[in-house]
Design a protein. Structure first.
Length: 218
């Protein structure tokens, strides 16, 4: 499976509802191929323990494992990648370290508008772009960029774009039509009563949005 296929549905964990490991395993069972560990409240030692377990789990399911914010934890557990935002360690510094010491490691960078996206793509393997829609999962999220803002970024950058923020079953197809490579979700899976079913349904919607709307003329 290609990188682009793996990030088509990108699940970011939140431990508050079902716990990181349980919710990640349910998403993996459904067929999700990229998992990001995002934990904002716990001490580093605990995040490290969770990261080690998620690393093992993602190996078993042949999925990518990305750590949010913490490059130290990402390298300690041999994650596939690290995701940083505009307030985290600078993408440029991480890119230098990856090229020198951790070749092949994936670097994802957040961008909240076109100018951040154009700067971030100099260093990133993919961009996380949003929030596209209102979200209550990220307390310090900036204003939404909407489908139009997302389209502008997607048509301007060369690296894959993963759209994020308020994406759910009812808007995922519209988001993908904006030209992004994938969609990242937290609450649509992590805060669902049945995360495995929700992930499966999202994957089905994504697969169907790949199909042409009109029959192909032969
Ligand atoms: C895939 C993806 N895109 C964007 C983000 C947001 O990162 P950041 O702006 O650093 O905010 P926090 O998630 O750290 O609160 C992300 N984590 N993943
Ligand atoms: C981490 C992050 N970055 C921009 S919006 C967001 C939160 C996405 O969560 P949800 O999918 O629940 O809206
Ligand atoms: Mg961050």
């Amino acid at each position: 499976m290609s990188f682009a296929e793996k990030i088509r549905l990108y699940f970011i964990t939140d431990g508050r509802s079902h716990g990181h490991e349980r919710v990640a395993e349910m998403a993996l069972k459904a067929g999700v191929k990229t998992i990001q560990l995002r934990e904002k409240r716990l001490p580093a030692r605990e995040i490290y323990g969770i990261a080690k377990r998620l690393r093992r789990l993602t190996y078993d399911y042949e999925a990518l494992f990305i750590v949010n914010d913490r490059f130290d934890i990402a390298i300690s557990v041999e994650a596939d990648g690290i995701h940083v935002g505009q307030e985290d360690l600078p993408a440029k510094a991480i890119r230098s370290l990856i090229d020198e010491k951790f070749p092949g490691m994936i670097l994802g960078v957040s961008a909240r508008d076109l100018s951040e996206a154009l700067e971030a793509e100099k260093y990133a393997d993919y961009l996380g772009v949003g929030p596209v829609f209102p979200t209550s999962t990220k307390e310090d999220a900036r204003e939404v960029i909407g489908i139009d803002g997302l389209k502008k970024v997607c048509s301007a950058v060369k690296v894959p774009v993963v759209a994020i923020g308020g994406i759910n079953h009812s808007n995922v197809s519209e988001v993908l039509k904006a030209g992004c490579t994938g969609v990242a979700v937290i609450s649509a899976i992590a805060f669902s009563e049945n995360p495995e079913k929700s992930a499966e349904e999202l994957l089905n919607l994504i697969e169907n949005s790949n199909k042409p709307h009109k029959p192909v003329n032969r």
